[in-house]
Design a protein around this ligand. Structure first.
Ligand code: ZN
Length: 135
């Protein structure tokens, strides 16, 4: 597996709208996409910072893992996502190295990316996502 760059950093927020003045007004970034990922029960907002993106994650339901995260830890950095190629092979490789996987197979995430999460127990407590752009 080869990691090319940090694809995005996911940040859990209670309200995207409330954070826009900071990201746009203070940092001067532009929100170029807001989309809801139904099966994860989150609304996402994206900002480009060079090759990397900031992904704000707002829960759309109390059942959302983001809602539970905010309840437990408060708002803040939720996960880091590395860009890689051959995601399913990468997952196999991880598994062979004894890494605990949350997703055994790649699935669809925001922006049409194929994504999979690694378990924080195996990653020094940092929720880690691998993602690849579909061919
Ligand atoms: Zn992500």
């Amino acid at each position: 597996m080869e990691i090319s760059h940090i694809e995005h950093i996911g940040i859990a927020v209670k309200s995207i709208e409330e954070q826009l003045p900071y990201y746009e007004g203070v940092l001067g970034l532009t929100c170029y996409n807001i989309e809801t990922v139904e099966d994860q029960k989150v609304k996402t907002a994206f900002f480009k910072v060079g090759q990397t993106k900031i992904e704000l994650l707002e829960p759309t339901s109390e059942e959302s893992t983001i809602a539970k995260f905010i309840e437990k830890k408060g708002e803040g950095v939720h996960h880091i996502a590395f860009a890689t190629n051959g995601l399913n092979e990468a997952l196999k490789e991880m598994e062979n190295k004894g890494v605990r996987l949350i997703d055994m197979q790649a699935r669809k995430g925001a922006e049409g990316l194929n994504i999979a999460f690694l378990h924080p127990k195996s990653t020094g407590s940092v929720l880690t996502e691998l993602c690849e752009h579909p061919e």
